[in-house]
Design a protein around this ligand. Structure first.
Ligand SMILES: N[C@@H](CCC(=O)N[C@@H](CS)C(=O)NCC(=O)O)C(=O)O
Length: 213
């Protein structure tokens, strides 16, 4: 059976769980904390990051690489658009939102969730404000220009929608909500993606794991 190393709460691990559930592929979760410095884990993923996926003889790191592998190996139901240009755009959204946008969301999450709960420190709200007021708005302006008022980015729910929304799920755990008056399309997409059954089911497990459920 496929194994996924990781924990609930990471936006990158979430993507892999949702991709597997969406494709009805059974898997086993091997609990692996990020930032653990676990030497055995470094043998299978030298970056020490989660997720890592093991499928038989294949061991892969990085959620983008893993999800593209899953799409190729288990094509039905498709989680990426079929049209080549749309697929390239989905890859771009995955790269942008898994990169710069996720780093910003992680910054908010780290300050407001990890610092108080894991390190018993107060959050640095000045740093949070720098992210929410300066760095994030241009990203949200761009995303607002890209997403539809209704439905999903490429018709059916796809990795493009999940990639765009995922960082904001973590930001919401840290009490940052995308302002629906300023970015109505992005806020609407977040609400719709959260209602996709496979997403909803993973988020329920996640909320329990994070002590939010
Ligand atoms: N590009 C990677 C990023 C994975 C990542 O940064 N995971 C975080 C958890 S959310 C992690 O393991 N961080 C630990 C570290 O950076 O050492 C992916 O898409 O899988």
């Amino acid at each position: 059976m496929i194994k996924v190393y990781g924990v609930h709460g990471s936006p990158f691990v979430r993507k892999v769980f949702i991709a597997l559930d969406f494709k009805n592929i059974p898997y086993e979760i091997v609990p692996q904390m990020p930032f653990s410095g676990d030497k055995d884990y470094l043998k299978i993923n030298p970056l020490g990051k989660v997720p890592t996926l093991v499928d038989g003889d294949l061991t892969l790191g990085d959620s983008k690489v893993i999800c593209r592998y899953l799409e190729n190996a288990y094509p039905e139901p498709a989680l990426y658009p079929q049209n080549i240009a749309d697929k390239a755009m989905a890859d771009w959204y995955e790269d942008l939102c898994g990169g710069a946008v996720s780093e910003m969301a992680a910054g908010i999450f780290f300050q407001r969730y990890m610092r108080p709960f894991a390190f018993k420190q107060d959050p640095d709200e000045e740093l949070v404000a720098k992210i929410t007021e300066k760095r994030l708005p241009p990203m949200l302006d761009y995303l607002e220009s890209q997403v539809p008022a209704d439905g999903f980015v490429f018709g059916d729910f796809s990795m493009a929608d999940l990639s765009i929304v995922s960082p904001f799920i973590n930001a919401a755990y840290a009490k940052y909500e995308v302002d629906p008056a300023r970015w109505p399309r992005v806020a609407g997409l977040i609400a719709r993606v959260k209602e996709v059954p496979t997403v909803k089911a993973v988020l329920e497990k996640e909320a329990k794991a994070l002590g939010l459920g």
